[in-house]
Design a protein around this ligand. Structure first.
Ligand SMILES: N[C@@H](CCC(=O)N[C@@H](CS)C(=O)NCC(=O)O)C(=O)O
Length: 218
């Protein structure tokens, strides 16, 4: 098999790539990298040779001799490499820009603030309690979701955009999963909820769920 995805079941960035691979209908080998056990396998030499940023996901495409990090770049790569009828990024320039913007609202402005290493630094360097850390993570998700919910009022259909499932939905669904982990009150976000529910009816999203991965644990 030529494609390998190094990821972690609960990592939202890995979850995005799993959805994209499933939507494109591409077979891949999933290689778990446990972010907590063994001091965090993302820090082990074997893995940092592939990804010196100590983060998942990493995609290796042996046929093309390419190794990629950054989930959004990986998704764009997959969309172009497997140029089938299922487009994750629309052809039209304006739609493409809007999809990327919404994806970045999540991947650049929400997720990094709740990343494991950020939460660990709050505890380790600034004496934050587990409760403080959970409030911190929920705060940034809510701030981001407040803006996204308003934006969706003017553009959403069944999915984030009225045309079809795109990279924006691929980013939204894992972030909703993460929001629930941090007890964000999702009743405040009816559109986000509706879109996530619609996406989760699709096989590609179901298969990509954290609990359906080989490395899922309680
Ligand atoms: N911008 C990166 C973010 C990657 C990232 O933050 N990965 C997290 C899991 S979602 C991670 O590996 N965290 C490990 C750590 O913080 O030590 C992407 O989209 O791929």
């Amino acid at each position: 098999m030529s494609l390998k995805l190094y990821g972690y079941w609960r990592s939202t960035a890995s979850y995005r790539v799993r959805i994209a691979l499933n939507l494109k209908g591409v077979e891949y080998e999933y290689v778990p990298v446990h972010l907590v056990n063994n001091g965090g396998e993302q820090h082990q030499t074997e893995y940092t040779r592939l990804n010196p940023s100590h983060l998942v996901p990493t995609l290796v495409d042996e046929d093309e001799d390419i190794m990629l990090n950054q989930s959004l770049s990986i998704i764009e790569y997959l969309d172009e490499r497997f140029d089938n009828e299922y487009r994750l990024i629309p052809e039209h320039r304006n739609e493409r820009a809007r999809v990327r913007a919404l994806a970045q609202d999540i991947a650049c402005d929400i997720q990094p603030l709740g990343n494991l290493r950020v939460l660990n630094a709050l505890k380790g360097n600034f004496e934050a309690s587990q409760d403080d850390v959970a409030k911190w993570a929920a705060h940034w998700i809510e701030l981001g979701f407040n803006g996204i919910e308003k934006r969706l009022q003017t553009q959403a259909g069944k999915y984030c955009f009225d045309f079809d499932v795109t990279m924006a939905d691929i980013c939204l669904v894992p972030q909703v999963y993460n929001a629930k982990r941090f007890n964000v009150d999702m009743n405040k976000y009816p559109l986000i909820n509706k879109i996530a529910d619609n996406c989760n009816l699709l096989d590609a999203f179901e298969k990509a769920k954290p609990e359906n991965q080989i490395d899922a644990s309680a």
